[in-house]
Ligand binder design. Sequence first.
Ligand code: FAD
Length: 288
Amino acid sequence: MKISEILNNKNVTVSFEVFPPKEWVKIADTKKVISEMVKDKPSFMSVTYGASGTTSGYTTEIANAIHEGGVTPLSHLTCLTSTKEKINSVLDELEENGVENILALRGDIPKDFVMSEAQYYHHAYELVNEIKARNHFCIGGACYPEVHPESANRVEDIAHLKEKVDCGIDFLTTQMFFDNEKFYNFREMCAIKEINVPIIAGIMPITNAKQIKRSVELSNCSLPKKFERIMERFVENPDAMKQAGIIYATEQIIDLMANGVNNIHIYTMNKPDVAHQIMEGLSAIINE
Ligand code: FAD
C-alpha cells in the first residue's frame, strides 16, 4: 500500500524505522528484530540505506521481510555518491520486489568527498525528479525542524524544502527532535511557505547516554534542560536511563498528539522492546 493512502485513511499513524545490518551474515538477526516489531502493528516500517549504496541489497531484503510480516515497507534511498545507472538499478529492484514507497534522500557528505559539477546528483530534489518520472512510487523526503546543518539559515532551508516538495514529494519525515516547540515552529513556517504535505514527526527514544551524545552531534538537534537533567541523574544507571528515555519519548508523543500532530515515526534503533513499551504506553491514545 502507498503511505499517502495510509496517511489519508488513518486518523493516527505510528511508524517505526529500522536499519539493515552492516554485514550479510547478520541479516537473520535483523529479520528477527522485524518479526518482533511487526507484532506491535506499526502503520508502516522504514528501512534505512547505507550512504554509499554498497548494502542496497540488504535494504531490499529487509523491506521484503517487513512486507512478509504484514506491514507496509518504506525504503530509504540516498543518491549523492551514486551514478544514475546505480540508482535506476536499485529502483528497478525495488519495483520488481513490490516496494511502493521510497524516502528520497541525498545522503550525508562522506569525509574527504569533494562535491563536483561532474556528479550526477547534488541534492535530494534531483532524486525526487528521477523517481517521480517512473510514476510508480509514493515519495517521502527528509526535513529538519532545527535546520539542516549545512544550511546558512532557516529561510534558505525552508526555501529548498519547498522546491523539493514541489518536485513531487508526498510526505515529509523530520529529523529527530527533543523539544516539541521546535517542531511547532517548523510546522508553522511550512504552513506559511505553503508546504502542505503531511509532516511526520520523528521521535528518537534515547536509552543510553553515550548514544545521545553522538546522535545530537550528528543531527544538530538541541537538548532541552529537562532532558539534560534526566541524563545527568541517570548516566551511571543504564536501566534507569532506558526507562526514563522511553517515558520521555512517550510524553513527547502525547504532547504532539494533543497539539494535533497525528503522524509519528519512531527511530527504534532496532530495539523491539523499546518500540513495544512506547506503543503500550500509547495504547488507548493511538486507538482513540
Ligand atoms: P537535501 O534535501 O538535498 O538537503 C541537503 C542540504 O542541501 C540542505 O542544507 C538543503 O537546504 C540544501 N539544498 C537543497 N536543495 C538545494 C539547492 N537546490 N541548492 C542549494 N542547496 C540546496 N542518510 C543515509 O545515509 N541513509 C538513510 O537512510 C537516511 N535516512 C534519513 C531519514 C530521515 C527522516 C532524515 C531526516 C535523514 C536521513 N538521512 C539518511 C540523513 C540525510 O541523508 C542527511 O541529513 C543529508 O545530509 C541530507 O539529506 P536530504 O535528503 O535532506 O538532502
